[in-house]
Design a protein around this ligand. Structure first.
Ligand code: NAG
Ligand code: NAG
Ligand code: NAG
Ligand code: NAG
Ligand code: NAG
Ligand code: NAG
Ligand code: NAG
Ligand code: NAG
Ligand code: NAG
Ligand code: NAG
Length: 809
């Protein structure tokens, strides 16, 4: 056994050295690369060039792929348009010095490179460490970009590599644009392309054919105003070059242990950025654009503001109203409340955190300042907005927009201000006499505020001898005194008790200043030990999202372990949807709003919060509702944090709640973001049907709620699943779409379940969804769960507590 593995290792090593010794990175005029023969490998072994067949196709192409993955990641293809249907292809340099791909037998050229200049001497075709295939004079060392006779980086396919330029060589007119593959089996250029639009204020644009599909927006010196936030990025650095000779965007790696690429994907209508980490040996999605449904070009029409977390997502900017009065018809955008005078009587209102409008009709001057920009914009009656061109430092340069402003949105990632032209009357409402009142009121409030705060500081100092100044792990999280909490909750009075969570009772409290709080008192015998508590505290303190419940502080004193949260007046979701009377308060519009919020909150946990967090106990009783029925995910006692590159875990201690646990978690103890997706799927079914998955009972069939949903899906009778209380509010296509999405989330294989970002896209979009596969846990009714009958509804959450199993080993 040992000898065998030793031999195997030796053999592998031998092949490794063999490979290494014989790997070449270039060919000269007399050499060639033929199909089935040797390949070119870049000096550092990262990239390889050779013949390959994509997907299930039998066609042969010459391509460059990322060599570190067993499953080829093809980054460039030479003969994308003209494949060879057998193994007769050869890549060589023809007698005039051009690289060509020919078919050996009948000598047909299927691809040839167009040289930028004539070769003077003999030439070499070399695969560089960057993944760039270059043709250079044999004498030149070949590191100056300009000295190449030809380079593959000038003819991108669907992948952008570090150091590649996306955009224009203004001298030669060469445009470098990415284009998606037609399909995973066919690398020929698809409809989706991405490049830089040449215009007054150039911007990064993704096209579907000749139509704009998504804009990254103009570059503002730091980032594209509508693209991902690049400010705190230690992995790669994006740059934009705009001068007389060149106009392009590019990026380079800062963290040399990582590697990153951007790929256009036609199937998903996205461009995705992947990062490679040598430790995990796989690609992780770092970001994607469009980020969400609001990303699609001009979604809300002129002057419309798209806000992903709202339903409907379109709003008008302040000072504008919907053009058409029809509910949810936003395609026509918004119009002004007060008409412009088109003279110097007009003025500008500043909007912040903006994705800048479509810059097709724009004009820029790099040396004008913001005030000169304002004056010039005011002079021209078709100028509707202006901003700084570059926002670094105090900002400089001037950009102006003519005509209606399209594809704007307020985006918390952005740091961009936009000044929009408004009528004098509109300005009046903002800065006129009312302004003074506001100032006075604000000033009075501020003075009062200082006095109140001062009083409390004084009071706290004088009364709080036992007050600790500690902060948990330097997170600015207040530690409360046990006495304060006892006072607030009437000494943990039974009358203040809100319910019983998995780890102990929850009380309502009122602090001296009137603020209402929820107090989670961890029972002394609870399985949530000090570690789980710390876990929860540290975790939630870092999380800031409107769909996550906010932790105000904690208290660890004597034997007590207490968490203090913002108070949610409407309790939890199960309190409503499983109750015959209260469920009427949540019509479909409200439920959809809740679904949307939960999805956003979960997406934040999984992907947007810089940490990867798996909740592990998502269920209706852990979704709380604020006074406006906005959902907030709570109870992070079981959550796990992962480092960026790890995304799956395994545990011997299976904790969670029956009825919500994904099969692979309940059975094997493996959990991942996809097990949360499964729980989300259950939640979705419950919200739509108003029935509990656990304890679901249908008189006609012996199926779980999942099984019942699947049966109805197969029979095409999904409408039967819908909670009859929706009545008028029911938007059938939306409900059906939600059930469809939930079935995708419930698929048995974690890999085939969508990620939360896809779920959010699917919820907001109207494109065709994939066919769901058979869900997990179909017929599986746990014997220890006695089915509640439908006539005996059961709304207390106490019998749905989180369970904790020690798996026998
Ligand atoms: C390749 O294409 C040619 C002409 O289209 C055809 O005659 C030949 O049979 C094909 N070869 C294979 C292996 O499919
Ligand atoms: C490959 O296909 C080409 C054209 O279709 C044909 O001329 C050639 O003979 C074929 N070669 C082999 C080895 O099948
Ligand atoms: C070689 O084969 C290709 C593919 O079948 C065909 O298009 C081309 O005309 C052939 N060339 C010659 C010189 O026969
Ligand atoms: C070599 O390829 C180039 C580019 O296609 C072409 O212009 C030239 O005529 C070819 N020369 C020969 C001898 O085939
Ligand atoms: C080379 O130039 C010709 C003519 O301009 C063009 O049709 C062809 O697509 C170019 N080839 C490549 C590989 O860019
Ligand atoms: C892309 O454009 C085509 C043709 O206009 C259209 O049919 C298709 O739906 C568009 N795709 C998307 C994802 O919008
Ligand atoms: C595009 O996405 C689909 C679905 O996730 C995937 O199968 C395909 O490999 C992706 N294509 C590329 C070029 O990444
Ligand atoms: C603009 O205001 C001036 C002065 O109030 C008025 O005379 C003029 O008609 C107005 N123009 C428009 C286009 O409303
Ligand atoms: C830009 O503004 C500066 C200062 O106002 C001016 O001197 C210059 O001519 C302007 N350039 C263009 C192209 O308008
Ligand atoms: C306003 O600016 C646009 C675009 O630069 C220009 O075409 C138009 O003539 C200008 N109008 C006036 C009145 O200056």
């Amino acid at each position: 056994m040992d000898i065998l593995s030793f031999l195997l290792i030796s053999l592998k090593l031998l092949f490794f050295f063999y490979d290494f010794a014989f790997a070449i990175d270039s060919i000269s005029s007399s050499e060639s690369i033929s199909d089935g023969g040797r390949t070119l490998v870049s000096g550092d072994g990262r990239f390889e060039l050779g013949f390959f067949s994509p997907g299930s196709s039998k066609n042969r192409y010459v391509g460059i792929w990322y060599k570190k993955v067993p499953d080829k990641t093809v980054v460039w293809v030479a003969n994308r348009i003209k494949p060879i249907n057998n193994s007769s292809g050869v890549l060589m340099i023809n007698s005039t010095g051009s690289p060509v791909v020919v078919m050996r037998q009948n000598k047909t050229v299927v691809w040839s490179a167009n040289l930028t200049k004539e070769a003077k001497s003999s030439v070499v075709l070399q695969l560089l460490n960057s993944g760039n295939l270059v043709l250079r004079d044999e004498q030149s060392s070949g590191d100056g970009l300009g000295s190449y006779l030809w380079q593959s980086f000038d003819y991108p396919c669907d992948t952008l590599l570090p150091e590649m330029k996306l955009g224009w060589d203004l001298k030669t007119g060469l445009e470098r644009r990415l284009s998606s593959w037609t399909s995973p089996d066919d690398p020929s250029p698809g409809d989706f392309t991405w490049g830089v639009e040449l215009q007054g204020n150039p911007e990064s644009v993704m096209w579907n054919g000749s139509n704009k599909f998504y804009r990254g927006g103009p570059w503002n010196g730091i980032a594209f105003s509508g693209g991902p936030d690049l400010r705190h990025n230690s992995i790669f650095e994006v740059n934009f070059v705009n001068n007389e000779d060149e106009l392009y965007s590019t990026f380079k790696m800062i963290d040399k242990s990582m590697f990153s690429i951007v790929v256009m994907n036609k199937t998903r209508n996205l461009r995705e950025r992947f990062t490679w980490s040598d430790t995990t040996q796989n690609w992780n999605v770092y970001s994607h654009e469009p980020r969400d449904y609001c990303g699609y070009y001009g979604r809300c029409g002129a002057y419309g503001n798209c806000i992903t977390t709202q339903s409907p997502i379109c709003r008008c900017l302040d000072g504008f109203k919907p053009k058409s009065t029809g509910y949810r018809d936003w395609s026509e955008g918004c119009v002004r409340n007060n008409a412009l005078n088109y003279s110097k009587l007009d003025g500008f209102i500043k909007f912040n955190l903006m994705k800048l409008p479509d810059a097709t009709n724009s004009w820029v001057n790099k040396s004008m300042n913001l005030e000169q920009c304002r004056v010039k914009c005011l002079e021209n009656s078709s100028c509707m907005a202006y901003s700084n061109l570059d926002i670094r430092g105090r900002g400089n340069g001037c950009a102006m927009w003519f005509g209606d402003l399209i594809d704007i949105k307020q985006n918390s990632n952005s740091v961009q201000d936009l000044y929009i032209r408004m009528s004098a009357s509109e300005l009046g409402t903002k800065e006129g006499p009312k302004m003074k009142i506001v100032v006075i009121v604000t000033a009075t409030a501020a003075v009062a505020g200082v006095l109140i705060v001062g009083y409390y500081i004084y009071k706290k100092k004088s009364e709080g001898k036992g007050k600790t100044d500690q902060k948990i792990e330097d997170l600015e999280l207040p530690l409360f005194e046990l006495d304060t909490i006892a006072n607030a909750t009437n000494n943990f009075s039974i009358n203040n008790k809100l319910g019983e969570g998995g780890f102990g009772p929850v009380f309502k409290g009122t602090l001296v200043d009137g603020q209402e709080i929820a107090v989670k008192r961890l029972s002394k015998i609870s399985t949530q030990g000090i570690n789980e508590l710390k876990n929860e505290v540290i975790l939630i303190a870092k999380l800031q999202h409107r769909n996550l419940v906010k932790l105000l502080g904690c208290c660890i004193q004597r034997e007590e372990k207490i968490l203090i949260y913002e108070f949610m007046p409407n309790k939890s979701l199960d309190h409503f949807i499983f109750d015959q009377t209260r469920s009427k308060l949540l019509d479909w519009t409200k439920r959809f709003h809740i679904i949307w919020g939960i999805a956003r909150g979960l997406l934040y946990l999984h992907q947007d919060s810089r940490l990867l967090i798996i909740h592990r106990d998502l269920k209706t009783s852990n979704v709380l509702l604020d006074h406006e029925m906005n959902p907030k995910i709570s109870d992070f006692g079981l959550a796990r944090i992962f480092n960026g590159d790890q995304n799956e875990g395994k545990t011997n201690r299976v904790v969670g709640t029956y009825g919500y646990m994904a099969p692979e978690y309940a059975i094997d103890g493996t959990f991942s973001i996809k097990s949360d997706v499964f729980s989300f799927g259950i939640l979705l079914l419950e919200l739509v049907s108003g029935k509990k998955n656990r304890g679901f009972y249908h008189p006609d069939c012996n199926l779980s709620l999942i099984g019942y949903a699947w049966k109805l899906w197969k029979e095409g009778k999904l409408l039967e699943l819908i909670d009859p209380i929706f009545g008028e509010s029911c938007n059938e296509s939306e409900v059906i779409r939600c059930i469809h999405i939930s079935l995708l989330c419930l698929e048995h294989q974690p890999d085939t379940r969508p990620s939360m970002s896809s779920v959010v896209l699917m919820l907001g979009g109207d494109n065709v969804l994939p066919e769901p596969k058979q869900p997990g846990f179909l017929m599986d009714r746990k014997p220890q769960l006695e089915p509640d009958s439908l006539n005996k509804p059961d709304f207390s959450s106490s019998n749905e507590v989180t369970i904790s199993l020690l798996e026998a080993r």
